[in-house]
Ligand binder design. Sequence first.
Ligand code: NAP
Length: 485
Amino acid sequence: MNANTSRFIKQANLIGGQWVAADSGATIDVMNPATGKAIGTIPKSGKAETARAIEAAAQAFKSWRKTTANERSQKMRKLHDLILANQDALAEILTMEQGKSFTEAKGEVASSAAYILWYAEEARRVYGDVVPSPWADRRIMVTKEPVGVVAAITPWNFPSSMLARKIGPALATGCTVVVKPATQTPYSGLAWGVLCEEAGIPAGVVNILTGSASEIGGELTRNPQVAKLTFTGSTEIGKLLMKQTAGTVKKVSMELGGNAPFIVFDDADLDRAVAGAIAAKFRNSGQTCVCTNRFFVQSKIYSRFVEKFTEAVEQLKVGNGMDSGTQQGPLIDMNAVEKVEEFIADATKKGGRIVTGGKRHALGGSYFEPTVIADAKPRMRFTKEEIFGPVAPVYKFKSEEDVIEQANNTEYGLACYFYTQDLGRAFRVMEGLKYGLVGVNEGLISTVEAPFGGLKESGLGKEGGHQGIEDYLDTKYVCIGGLGL
Ligand code: NAP
């Protein structure tokens, strides 16, 4: 690790512009999943440190909200440039703590920079309205204002870009933030503190805490000074946090779990579908919320798809993310490996056929073989549950109506994908699928310009697109009377 990388590895929390330890001095070890070795430690902060960070953010809000959109936009452009100038260092940290390949990590860091630039541009377009008045002597204005202190909690699978989607709109609108990154991948989160300092973002505007999730989360969701909670993570924790915020009626944005279907119709371009299937399943070793959970393939093309898909899966290079050519790194930890094994055991017991993979990788640790399971059936556990690993179950279907029903038969509604060359079918299926993101003949669709967000129990609100800024704004109606017109 060179000096530029190590300067971003902060083993402290950022509260009101100070890098500090936990009050108790307690720390947590952070491990590299590729080697099983410790990278360093982080403070084990709790309720008291969180209350202080919220206070710091509330104080900073008083002046930050008064800066002009142009000033904030300039600072964010600087932040964007800094991220790109340090792309390799930030990607190295990401790979080290998370396990994804260096190429994917660089892509994630680039996406973080893109979100910051997007919101730097959007900052200057937070328009209100002047509404035709029903009264001759009054005028009606609708204005937009920053909500205030924002609490942000993020998961380990995209430890850099999930924060970009939250810090970006907060900074753009004039909000301040208290951030809690995932305990397994904290350094990519803490690095945001270094970057924000270097970009000249004032002390207290961005605060970052690590430690006890329930204590930090408890304070973030119950403290009345926090106006909004934005969370990315599991549906289970999202529901818990929504309940906790109810006591102080906070705004909430939730980016939760998924159970993405990937449908291949008989008329699909098979090679294109196979390439899309690899991207939509095996990115980040299957550990993304938009990763395909269920492949549905129409009966005529089923065998050929399984064959070609398996050939492509067998080409995937598994290894340490820092080794050149690696496409699939280790899973985040041994719990993830055990969970994947449970899904496979359940499927084989119920008639699933392992076509490739199916077991721990010869590299040891939390490496797992990319796996394809043919003859998947509705009664198998992954029909309902998020796999979050490199396992691709392939179901066979007969008709369009039937597959739409099966695809929608889940409480989730984040991403879905389908392949067809029939234009009429493309529209029917797109309109029939109850999902927030739809890839038609594409397996990788996330981009900053488009609104990302789930339906049903996959979440509330959008990140990215022009929609992404709205959740950070209060709408205020102003009636100006007595004008004597
Ligand atoms: P998770 O267990 O829900 O954890 C997410 C974050 O919540 C972590 O920072 C975690 O802290 C924190 N947390 C856990 N318990 C908490 C509590 N009681 N109070 C406050 N915070 C708490 O999810 P994960 O396993 O890290 O991530 C995987 C999940 O995220 C999957 O379901 C995936 O689909 C979803 N996800 C969704 C999106 C999206 O945009 N829709 C994107 C990425 C991931 P600790 O790390 O300290 O436990």
